[in-house]
Design a protein around this ligand. Structure first.
Ligand code: ADP
Ligand code: ASP
Ligand code: MG
Length: 405
């Protein structure tokens, strides 16, 4: 008998029929003799709808109130899933993040988990119930309700699996696993049966939203086996596992795309020690995550610094840069939210020369201009015009031999 955490994303609980289907699957897992903890997202696009409503009434969206609002989405689905389980003859009880003992810091809308105290979940399991936990939410040390960032139900599921010592954390979604590219962008994308934690972290960090990045980091740190699979076909999906040294690594496993970021350029920056530190300290102090950074070669003691941030952080990042610009005597701050990023990811890249050249050749043959480049040992990313991203992904998918039948 195993303990299984089963997380169901928005589409998987999108309407009453989907919820009944989820309940039926949980009932069958129970009937096979396993203990199950269920984690749910808000139904369909409900979180987006709530954000739009907030925008309609408030230009500033106070973060504490936004969190209070958004957590309502998961509260609805947890109660409905629990009721549907009852109708299948499975005893269950629903729990908010706070009731499930998910203690976070006070960074509203992007809170981090500080501690897990899932006593009530343990008690429910011991009493033979299936606990149904609202994903994406917790309670702060200041006793306010928080959310864990978009896609955060994945983190709830992995954190509970780690705290309860679950045998596996199953992430049920609307595709049959992790693919060699977003199947909505590349029709010929193939499902990958296994992906290493290293590769999955790069895929998640560069736009493959099938798993939230922090959930992958958490799963690796706590050795939680992750299985991404479909709540429509229920077939086995993709296992995220530690690299198997006996397996030949694919040179390139996946191509990802991301149009969620914008670029900021601070130009006419005096090329002196401490200037970049001042700029990025100001951004960090405002809780803004910076992704790619490029600094040009200096000319006459002046240089330009460009970097990318999430579009949702763009306005705040510009304010921070304008402040530092005046302090350091830089010339100007400009921004561009019409960019996108394509990346290729593969553990075998380390030992195969020529991967970078083939990526750049593929883009240039198709007349696609590269604006920024960044690399890790198993990833190469290029920033392009946003409207060229989808075709770039398809060309790269073909060029690296990833197209399926
Ligand atoms: P959920 O609501 O179940 O959490 P998400 O929308 O967050 O679902 O994530 C699933 C989506 O991720 C898929 O519908 C797919 O379009 C997208 N996706 C992006 N890249 C990939 C990839 N490499 N493999 C699989 N799905 C991907
Ligand atoms: N409902 C939240 C979101 O849309 C959390 C999640 O689905 O994981 O971001
Ligand atoms: Mg998701």
């Amino acid at each position: 008998m195993a303990l299984i955490v089963q997380k169901f994303g928005g589409t998987s609980v999108g309407d009453a029929e989907r919820i009944r289907s989820v309940a039926d699957h949980v009932a069958r897992t129970r009937a096979a003799g396993h203990d199950v903890v269920v984690v749910v997202s808000a139904m369909g696009k409900f979180t987006d709808d709530l954000i739009r409503l907030a925008d309609d009434v408030s230009p500033t969206r106070p973060p504490r109130e936004l969190d209070m609002l958004l957590t309502a989405g998961e509260r609805i689905s947890m109660a409905l899933v629990s009721m549907a389980l009852g109708a299948c003859g499975v005893e269950s009880a629903s729990f908010t993040g706070s009731q499930a003992g998910i203690i976070t810091d006070s960074e509203h809308t992007r809170a981090k988990i500080l501690e897990m105290r899932p006593e009530r979940i343990r008690e429910a399991l011991a009493a033979g119930l299936v606990p149904v936990v609202a994903g994406f939410q917790g309670v702060s040390t200041e006793r306010d309700i928080t959310t864990l960032g978009r896609g955060g139900s994945d983190v709830t599921a992995v954190a509970l699996a780690a705290a309860l010592g679950a045998d596996v954390c199953e992430i049920y979604t609307d595709v049959t696993g992790v693919f060699s590219a977003d199947p909505r962008v590349v029709a010929k994308a193939r499902r990958l049966p296994r992906v290493s934690f290293d590769e999955m972290m790069e895929i998640a960090a560069t736009g493959g939203r099938v798993l939230m990045l922090r959930s992958v980091e958490f799963a690796r740190r706590h050795s939680v086996p992750l299985h991404v699979r479909s709540s429509f076909t229920w077939e086995p999906g993709t296992w995220i596992v530690e690299e198997d040294p006996t397996m030949e690594e694919a040179v390139v496993s996946a191509v990802t795309d991301d149009t969620s970021e914008a670029k900021i350029t601070v130009s006419g920056v005096p090329d002196r020690p401490g200037i970049a530190a001042k700029l990025f300290r100001e951004l960090a102090d405002r809780g803004i995550n910076v992704d790619m950074i490029v600094q040009n070669t200096s000319l006459n003691g002046m240089t330009d610094i460009s970097f990318t941030v999430g579009k949702t952080d763009l306005a705040a990042a510009i304010v921070a840069c304008e402040k530092v610009k005046d302090e350091i005597g830089a010339a100007q701050v400009t921004s561009d939210d019409n960019i996108g990023r394509v990346s290729i990811v593969g553990a075998g890249m380390k030992s195969n020369p020529g991967v970078t050249a083939l990526m750049f050749e593929t883009l240039s043959t198709n007349g696609i201009n590269i604006e920024m480049i960044s690399t890790s040992s198993i990833r190469i990313s290029c920033v392009l015009r946003a409207d060229r991203v989808a075709e770039a992904v398809r060309h790269l998918h073909t060029a690296f031999g990833l197209d399926g039948a």
